[in-house]
Design a protein around this ligand. Sequence first.
Ligand code: ZN
Length: 169
Amino acid sequence: MEVVVYPDPRLLKRTAPLAQVDDDVRAKAAEMLRLMYSDHGVGLAAPQVGWSARIFVMNPTGDAGQKGEERVLVNPVLKRRAGKVRGEEGCLSFPGIYVEVDRARQVAIEWTDLAGAKHEEEWTDWMARIFQHELDHLDNVLLIHRMSDTDRMQHAEALDDLRRKFAEA
Ligand code: ZN
């Protein structure tokens, strides 16, 4: 397993809900967490490792030592959102690129965990931002789709670099 970088078409492959949480899913989630920490991320969604499934991992601290902050969200659903806040986001599939993105400040969400238990919570600010960014990945919405025209111009060179590296690989 490795992190898939833009413009790899696997980032745009339609994702399917997971029918069950089994050892295979748990093993893949563990590997995703390992990759997330190794790339200094706070979230990683399945399409970013070439897995077209509705699951993502996150740790808002980005610190592998803080296991209590880790979450694995299987089949996450956004039920409600409220407020609006602008903030900077990066993405492990767009290394080195950071843009300001508008997100809901608060989200009401549901998901299943790796033990198969269902959860309902309300998250705000940083947690809500990570959730919305990772959910975007499951819906094949990427950081580049959240960029303004100005952002795209500002990051044109970096985006061209990524496209060139992908073409060469
Ligand atoms: Zn991302």
